[in-house]
Design a protein around this ligand. Structure first.
Ligand code: ADP
Ligand code: GN1
Ligand code: MG
Length: 368
């Protein structure tokens, strides 16, 4: 627990700090919801410590975030949107005007207004939510495509380079620093048997058939906030990995998190299935906004769900073998449970791939 009162003094707050509590279920950053007071009216903000072991150049992360959010706000204001400041993250400046502040221990902090009356979901509840979330990430890609100026920084190089993720797993198996290798032979075999899958999208990017686009790269369902009454997708958050990538990374991660019948870390694999109706809502929601996709991208929408789930499972397994240094865990087997869950979902997706391909074709031909 950090001293949030001290952190709050680093920013140009216009209200008085009351208290702060850890908030949300993100695996990477330290997120706090802080209450402030102004003449008896409570206001809240998000203070967030950027994980600088994961993001080695936090200044570059914040340069990207500031550019993207500035662009989004400008567009919303130009359109005369009545609640522009609820539809995009905005950075509360530090005293030197920067979008972040560094504390005396070298931690990087940023502050966002709290987006009220909207929630991110770890588990989806309706097809409408799936449609809305997917539409919002499609709109986000469209907005990011209009960003002028230099290419965004690659805040984590090779973030979705799946062949490199598999190579990192092999290195972790060899090093076996936590002595866990012999307990995960089935999981290792599962990953190795899918080596060809790992390079399918990567090869299409290298050959130029799939274009580079500015993408979010972390489109798990709880990274979009939905209005608590209308279910409308209000605001895309967690912009740390917004950088050059493939549209398929974004669509695939939505499938990974919005199409399963249970949460990402459910250890009871009997609970795991795919909701094809949710998948269809994701396709329709995404295609309603992502009208720019080329034929190769459309042809790989269903496969992208399998790939991103496989990649995430490989990353959880790598972290388990490495002694849990990357993702936050709440129990010693947390990363192993997550890995098994993701691989089980890959198997479910493989069984349903034909049906998913058909859904994509149907949604593409009849429009949305
Ligand atoms: P992480 O990278 O650790 O996932 P996030 O940026 O996704 O961090 O934040 C963690 C959680 O905090 C989110 O899932 C969301 O529930 C909540 N959150 C983050 N920013 C805001 C905001 N501006 N308003 C409301 N909730 C927020
Ligand atoms: C992390 O930050 P968060 O919790 O939204 C991770 C994603 C993984 C996800 C798995 C920067 O997302 O890549 O897919 O966990 N983010 C980073 O739940 O590594
Ligand atoms: Mg997040």
């Amino acid at each position: 627990m950090h001293d949030l009162r001290t952190v709050s003094r680093l920013f140009q707050m216009r209200a008085d700090f009351v208290e702060a509590r850890p908030y949300g279920s993100g695996h990477i950053n330290d997120t706090y919801c802080a209450w402030y007071n102004q003449a008896g009216i409570p206001l809240r903000y998000i203070h967030q410590r950027i994980n600088h072991h994961v993001f080695k150049k936090p200044e570059q992360v914040m340069e990207n975030v500031a550019r993207v959010t500035h662009h989004a706000l400008g567009r919303l204001l130009a359109d005369g949107h009545p609640e522009a400041h609820r539809r995009t993250l905005t950075c509360i400046p530090a005293h030197d005007g920067k979008s972040y502040a560094v504390d005396e221990n070298g931690n990087f902090w940023r502050t966002y207004p709290f987006i009220e009356r909207a929630h991110g979901y770890d588990e989806i509840e309706s097809n409408e939510q799936a449609f809305q979330a997917a539409r919002a990430f499609g709109e986000f890609q469209k907005l990011a495509a209009d960003l002028i100026g230099e290419r965004l920084h690659e805040t984590i190089p090779d973030f979705h380079n799946t062949p490199k993720r598999l190579a990192a797993l092999e290195a972790a198996i060899t090093a076996d620093v936590a002595g866990r290798g012999t307990t995960v032979t089935a999981e290792i075999a599962f990953a190795r048997a899918r080596t060809a899958d790992c390079s399918r999208i990567y090869d299409l990017i290298v050959s130029g058939e799939i274009p580079e686009r500015v993408t979010h790269n972390d489109t798990k369902l709880n990274n979009v906030l939905l209005d608590e009454t209308t279910a409308e997708a209000i605001c895309v958050i967690d912009l740390d990995t917004t950088m050059p990538g493939s549209a398929l990374y974004d669509f695939g991660d939505m499938v990974r998190t919005a199409a399963p019948t249970t949460r990402e870390d459910d250890p009871d694999l009997h609970n795991l299935g795919v909701r094809l109706d949710r998948f269809e809502s994701l396709v329709r929601g995404y295609l309603s906004a992502a009208t720019f996709l080329n034929a190769a991208e459309r042809a790989n929408l269903a496969f992208s769900g399998k790939l991103l789930t496989l990649e995430c499972g490989i990353r959880f397994l790598t972290d388990y073998l490495s002694g849990d240094t990357y993702f936050k865990i709440k129990r010693p087997t947390h990363n192993l449970d997550r890995c098994r869950n993701q691989f089980a979902f890959v198997a479910v997706l493989e069984e349903n791939m034909d049906a998913m391909e058909e859904i994509v074709v149907r949604a593409s031909s009849v429009g949305t």
